[in-house]
Design a protein around this ligand. Structure first.
Ligand code: CP
Ligand code: NVA
Length: 308
């Protein structure tokens, strides 16, 4: 499938049909791959991964996805490029556009991916910014669809920080119109502009300071670290602020029977989630991590593959 958007900076760049189409295509690639299906839509294409923050899953899944689809990759960080020596983004965007076919970018400020997209002439994919993590939530939707079918139907709960992951869930709720309940402590609520836009788009939202209220009867329960990358020096203060937000067996019991537990990983066992829940029968985190690979393939194919 081809997308109407040239870049994937946020889930709101996609229509509902495109989100569902990518989930369907990722599922088909996953099954097909295991049966020897080897499409090569990225033949002769090069994807540069520009990462200003650490990564295991996103980096490796994008590299393996691009190569699996017949393309090649270049991995760059601040340390080994002129990015770390303050070369203007507009210069980098124009130069890279002459060498490679797409940029997959993990960075701090969201304005970095916006500027690279605006100044270059190749697709830019948000591989996580402080504001959002769209590729992760896209693959989380694949995980939900595998277990529950229709991704628009379940009630979703989000526990903890109103962070980049929470924002992408809000954007998904807006595009798909599903019910999402977020429990965040005061001072750690999601960005009000993203909440408002999601509501305007049709998300059914509850935002509360009570984790039990958010989880009650939910079919999908997600959480994430309390201190994201770049917030390491706030970790101690955040541990105090998030007391009562640990996803443990008692809290999970309030969700719908057999509710799915999602965590994008890496996890801090004993903080936002207990070992028992993360490793327990309701946790789908390993499928969720695997699905990054299949969703990255669907995304790269849709942005870079030949016209149908
Ligand atoms: N979930 C996720 O984005 O993991 P990485 O930081 O390892 O890429
Ligand atoms: N919110 C986390 C997600 C890591 C994949 C972070 O930004 O560090």
């Amino acid at each position: 499938m081809k997308l109407n958007t040239r870049h994937l900076l946020a889930i709101t760049d996609l229509s509902q049909a495109e989100v569902l189409g990518l989930v369907e295509r990722a599922a088909a690639l996953k099954t097909g791959w295991k049966n020897g299906y080897r499409p090569r839509p990225l033949k002769d294409k090069t994807v540069a991964l520009v990462f200003q923050k650490a990564s295991t899953r996103t980096r490796v899944s994008f590299e393996v996805a691009a190569k699996g689809l017949g393309g090649s990759t270049i991995f760059m960080t601040d340390k080994d490029s002129q990015l770390g020596r303050s070369e203007p983004l507009k210069d980098m965007a124009r130069v890279m556009s002459r060498y490679v076919d797409a940029l997959v970018v993990r960075t701090f400020g969201h304005e970095v991916v916006e500027e690279l997209a605006a100044q270059g002439s190749i697709p830019v994919v948000n591989a996580l910014t402080d504001l959002s993590h769209p590729c992760q939530v896209m693959s989380d939707l694949l995980t939900v669809s595998e277990r529950l079918g229709d991704v628009k139907k379940p009630v979703y709960a989000w526990l903890g920080d109103g962070n980049n992951m929470a924002h992408s869930w809000l954007e998904a709720a807006g595009v798909l119109g599903f019910e999402l309940r977020l429990a965040c402590p005061l001072g750690f609520m999601p960005n009000p502009a993203i909440v408002e836009r999601a509501r305007d788009m049709g998300a059914r939202l509850t935002i509360t300071g009570d984790p039990q209220e958010a989880v009650a009867g939910a079919r999908v329960v997600s959480t994430d670290v309390w201190a994201s990358m770049g917030q390491e020096n706030e970790a101690q203060a955040r541990r105090q602020a998030f007391a009562g937000y640990t996803l443990d067996v008692a809290l999970l019991r309030r969700a719908a029977p057999g509710a799915l537990v999602l965590h994008c990983l890496p996890a801090h066992r004993g903080e936002e989630i207990t070992e028992e829940v993360l490793e327990g029968p309701q946790s789908v985190v390993w499928d969720q991590a695997e699905n990054r690979l299949h969703m990255q393939k669907a995304i790269l194919e849709a942005l870079l593959g030949p016209e149908e």
